[in-house]
Design a protein around this ligand. Structure first.
Ligand code: ATP
Length: 699
């Protein structure tokens, strides 16, 4: 433990929860908190603290605790290295396995990403007596090459304003990205210089860099920001098969991530920052898509991602190291927030269910395959190919504050709650809050009525979440029936839990942390016993998670379909299905689209204080208004993220207007915030309506 960074829960002997060598695929996303520098001498006592909680075998939680504002933000990463952990340790746990892959002819990629001054250059390049990852790796690669009659060459490049330049043998023309017959990327115009020893490497001169020596640092008078990378190629001969092997590893130092909204940059810098951030978003989208197991990986969104295509793919191993300043700043928060959304731990949970941490701290759950507003797929496709994602973020580039959170009231769908005690294990499965609506004279009846309404409200949000348009950070289930009852018989695999297999749990000293286990189906009997056997029960549920029950998305989709039925048949007569004692009925029979005979309370998602009691028609009206709002939002999201061709596919948008929209996006990543904004691009109400029905035609 050092400075503001609290000790790791695992102790100090275990470096990384899941070393690269154990990973099957995807990109590992880890954090590294840089040590304090002289100018931060008082850093350890500053009001903003960064702490890390690590869960062996699973993930790490980075928490930013601003004592002045009492604001807490927590972000989940695959792992996080603390201030006192040095670059050698990171090399051993994260990079060495990639180097071993290189010896077998596999490609690898190490990416440093973070806010200004967060330690990216130090990590990749090092300084003086402290070699960075490149130097350590190069030492190992050269040693291997010498032993195996192999050869090593290096290339160094810069990506600036979506153009690639050679830093070792600069030419007038930029480097071109071509694809060969085997679909491998060829960088035409990028020189490869042979290197036989570290001293050879140190003699290299890097164009346009500080003193020609530090390939990552620009000259002091430079105002240009860019991404920089060094590729090491290894050619060797496989002794067993006597075949030649060629592997390459790319060390990338990304340009600083700066939160544009916070900066108030002057125009030229703003345009540059926008471009840099856009390329960072595209890169993180790739990471997210790979970790989500997507088939389509959007490499063509930027030159940077195109260049990295061979290094960031299913056949290669990669690690994204998010460098973190030890004191709180918005850029760091935004950077870690984005990283958190694309990491494997977050995505591993995405297919199974939603979850919650509630406390003074915020928790950012990831899962959208497109995390930053650049669509992995067009919305129209999304509608047909609904991603198996229970929670999704509509836009990823916002600050943590901007993240919308929803509390779903899923009556009778099954809930298991656990409470965190300071000793570490969740100790109680507890009932959550009382049902919404006015206090009933008869508790049971009220529960039944409210439960049905809650389901309907939940379906709305589930439906949106399924389509990737609502941030469903958690599903918050009201299930009074579960107070003493089990959530059995609803189907297997009911539980998604944020706890690691080791049984650990998120800690918060100030407020109790509630790990909500959302059950949309559950075979495991959950007891309400606050002490006895809780850990075992929860562990069983984890084990169950990977078994073959239908994913949460399938169940949500089922519910979503029921919503549509309900929406279209609100005038149907019939007695309400008030028997909500068994969650099985919800799943198996689906929601009965019958109008309740008695009025009931409807709580709107965005208006928590609004309790409405009225006729079915009124309820329908209310809900359809919500639906309209959602549809409009869907349309705006499309306009804010679709590419030119997709835009041109819309009625009323031709070449000129599509170009103009793309220009607007250069200035603001989200030019259309409401429907009135569309009028500013010259669209009439009628055109907007036509466009909406076109975008949403298949809803
Ligand atoms: N592991 C470390 N040990 C000691 N000092 C470090 C370490 N990492 C970073 N620093 C110090 O922190 C400061 C910022 O580091 P560095 O220049 O690497 O950050 P950066 O993210 O590359 O910055 P820039 O915004 O200029 O790109 C430097 O003074 C560096 O010496």
């Amino acid at each position: 433990m050092m400075g503001s960074s609290s000790g790791a829960r695992d102790g100090t002997d275990s470096l990384a929860s899941k070393p690269q060598s154990q990973l099957q695929r995807g990109v590992r996303v880890v954090g590294k908190i840089r040590p304090f520098v002289d100018s931060e001498a008082g850093g350890s006592s500053c009001r903003a603290r960064v702490s890390v909680t690590r869960f062996v075998g699973d993930h790490a939680l980075v928490a930013f605790d601003d004592q002045q504002t009492c604001r807490k933000d927590s972000y989940k990463l695959d792992w996080c290295y603390e201030q006192d952990e040095n670059i050698d340790q990171i090399f051993t746990a994260e990079v060495k396995p990639l180097i071993e892959g290189l010896f077998r002819g596999h490609n690898g990629c190490v990416i440093a990403y973070g806010a200004p001054g967060s330690g990216k250059s130090q990590l990749i390049q090092g300084s003086g007596q402290n070699p960075g990852l490149v130097m350590i790796a190069l030492g190992e690669i050269l040693a291997f090459a010498n032993e195996n009659t192999g050869s090593v060459t290096v290339s160094c490049y810069e990506v600036s304003q979506d153009h690639i330049y050679d830093l070792l043998e600069p030419k007038d023309q930029e480097v071109l990205i071509l694809e060969d017959a085997a679909k491998r990327i060829q960088l035409k115009g990028l020189s490869q210089i042979p290197v036989n020893s570290i001293s050879d490497f140190k003699k290299l001169s890097f164009h346009g860099c500080n003193m020609g020596k530090s390939w990552l640092k620009l000259p002091d008078d430079s105002t240009v920001r860019s991404h920089r990378g060094l590729i090491v190629y290894l050619s060797s001969v496989d002794k067993e098969s006597n075949s030649s092997l060629i592997g390459k590893i790319n060390f990338v130092c990304l340009a600083d991530y700066e939160d544009i909204k916070q900066k108030g940059n002057a125009r030229p810098q703003l345009a540059e920052s926008t471009k840099i951030n856009k390329s960072l978003y595209t890169l993180l989208n790739i990471v997210c898509a790979l970790n989500a197991g997507e088939n389509f990986i959007p490499y063509r969104e930027s030159k940077l991602t195109r260049l990295l295509q061979d290094f960031l793919c299913k056949a290669s191993r990669a690690v994204l190291i998010t460098c973190l300043n030890p004191t709180i700043c918005q850029d760091t928060l935004s950077a870690v927030n984005l990283a958190s959304r694309s990491c494997q731990v977050a995505n591993r949970h995405r297919c199974h269910s939603a979850k919650v941490i509630k406390s003074g701290s915020k928790f950012n759950q990831s899962c959208s395959p497109s995390i930053v507003g650049i669509p992995v797929r067009a919305i129209s496709q999304k509608k047909n190919e609904i991603s198996q994602c229970a929670s999704s973020e509509k836009k990823g580039y916002g600050t943590p504050y901007a993240i919308r959170r929803r509390s779903l009231q899923l009556g009778s769908l099954g809930t298991c709650f656990s409470e965190k005690q300071k000793t570490g294990f969740p100790s109680a499965i507890r009932k959550k809050k009382m049902p919404i609506g006015s206090s009933p004279p008869n508790k049971n009846e009220s529960r039944k009525a409210n439960s049905r309404v809650d389901v309907v409200a939940a379906v709305d949000t589930c439906s949106q979440a399924l389509q990737g348009n609502v941030v469903l950070d958690y599903v918050d289930v009201d299930c009074p029936m579960l107070e003493e009852e089990s959530c059995e018989s609803v189907g297997p695999n009911c539980v998604e839990n944020i706890m690691p297999t080791g049984g650990d749990c998120y800690t918060n000293e100030d407020t109790f942390v509630q790990d909500t286990v959302v059950g949309l189906g559950c075979d495991e009997k959950m007891t309400a016993d606050p002490i006895d056997g809780t850990k075992d029960e929860i562990h069983k549920i984890f084990v169950n998670e990977d078994q073959s029950s239908p994913p949460l998305s399938a169940r949500l989709r089922e519910i979503s379909n029921s919503l549509k039925l309900l929406s279209t048949q609100t005038t149907a007569t019939g007695s309400p299905n008030t028997d909500m004692t068994s969650t099985k009925q919800i799943n198996k029979e689906k929601l009965d689209p019958k109008t309740p005979e008695v009025p009931f309370a409807v709580r709107l998602e965005n208006e928590p204080n609004f309790d409405y009691i009225g006729s079915p028609q009124d309820i329908f009206k209310t809900r359809s208004t919500g639906l309209k709002k959602y549809l409009a939002q869907e349309c705006l999201t499309f306009l804010n993220s679709a590419n030119k061709e997709e835009l041109k596919g819309l009625k009323g948008i031709g070449e000129k207007r599509a170009t103009y929209i793309l220009q607007l996006r250069e200035e603001s990543s989200e030019p259309f915030k409401n429907m009135d904004d569309l009028k500013e691009i010259g669209l009439s109400r009628k055109q907007i309506n036509a466009m909406m029905s076109q975008v949403l035609g298949d809803f």
